[in-house]
Write a protein that binds this ligand. Structure first.
Ligand SMILES: NC(=O)c1ccc[n+]([C@@H]2O[C@H](COP(=O)([O-])OP(=O)(O)OC[C@H]3O[C@@H](n4cnc5c(N)ncnc54)[C@H](O)[C@@H]3O)[C@@H](O)[C@H]2O)c1
Length: 264
């Protein structure tokens, strides 16, 4: 590895598994001291133990403001500052709009939107106080379009995308960059809940330009870039890491579609 985050202090929410875990591992391998912030204590502690001095676990429920205050206190007491934050923790919920319960709405918005906003408030605030930092908010390709049965999740991810623009306006002039990453389908518990393997995990992606599901490491690479000094002039941007999904879906009845699609 190339030390792109050498001596940087980074927090990854939802860092105990999936895309967050891949981000923790990549950041640590690039020289960062990483704080794994998650509600999953045993997974988070095991990952921190495996990574040794490069990582620590701190329990964080992103929807709870006191939890964020405690996190910032612990990390600044331990490391003196915070250089990078990946607001990655989120949950998904399926169902038609007419069937959504208030409990579902409160849960998804409480974690995905309020959680991201509290991260911006507390960690972003600490970064602004010292005049530097980088924040990546993990949105989704579903934060760029509508999806039947995913209105709740999709609208929460549109909110994360919108929050990113406003935070970039408020924090940019204080030396803190804020950007959003928009994964497509990714091979994690959320994106591949049945843990399908081989060709089976790519089923359904035929109409996406790269025709396959993404791997968590491929999304982590985008967060690494945006948190590193390589992205020193990037603020308020949105980066789709989705195999081309946001660009469009193939229409098999038009020319220039992959030949195999004509059977669909
Ligand atoms: N997997 C996909 O297909 C996909 C696609 C687009 C975007 N995303 C986004 O990528 C991010 C990571 O998703 P993933 O696929 O790794 O999901 P995942 O379910 O595997 O991991 C989510 C992590 O967030 C943590 N978390 C949940 N609620 C929390 C809370 N209240 N406080 C702290 N941590 C909490 C979980 O414990 C878990 O470790 C999410 O923002 C998700 O919306 C995922």
């Amino acid at each position: 590895m190339t030390g792109k985050l050498k001596n940087k202090i980074a927090i990854v929410t939802g860092g105990a598994r999936g895309m967050g875990e891949a981000t923790v591992r990549l950041f640590a391998s690039e020289g960062a001291q990483v704080v794994i912030a998650d509600v999953l204590e045993s997974e988070g502690k095991a990952l921190a133990a495996e990574l040794g001095n490069a990582a620590m676990f701190q329990r964080l429920d992103v929807s709870d403001e006191g939890s964020w205050q405690a996190l910032v206190e612990v990390v600044t007491a331990h490391h003196g500052r915070i250089d990078a934050l990946v607001n990655n923790a989120a949950v998904v919920a399926f169902g038609p709009i007419t069937a959504l319960t208030v409990e579902q709405i409160d849960r998804v918005f409480g974690i995905n939107v309020k959680g991201t906003m509290l991260g911006l408030k507390h960690v972003g605030g600490a970064m602004c106080a010292v005049g530097r930092g980088a924040i990546v908010n993990i949105s989704s390709v579903d934060g760029m379009r509508g999806v039947n049965s995913l209105s709740l999740y999709s609208s929460s991810k549109w909110a994360v995308r919108g929050l990113t623009k406003s935070a970039a306006m408020e924090f940019g002039h204080q030396g803190v960059r804020v950007n959003s990453v928009h994964p497509g389908g990714v091979n994690t518990a959320m994106g591949n809940p049945q843990s399908l393997e081989g060709d089976a995990k790519n089923a359904g992606y035929e109409r996406v330009p790269l025709q396959r599901i993404g791997e968590p490491e491929e999304i982590a690479a985008a967060s690494l870039f945006l948190c590193s000094d390589d992205a020193s002039y990037i603020c308020g941007a949105e980066l789709a890491v989705d195999g081309g999904w946001a660009a469009g879906y193939y229409h098999h009845y038009l020319p220039a579609a992959p030949a195999a699609l004509t059977s669909f």
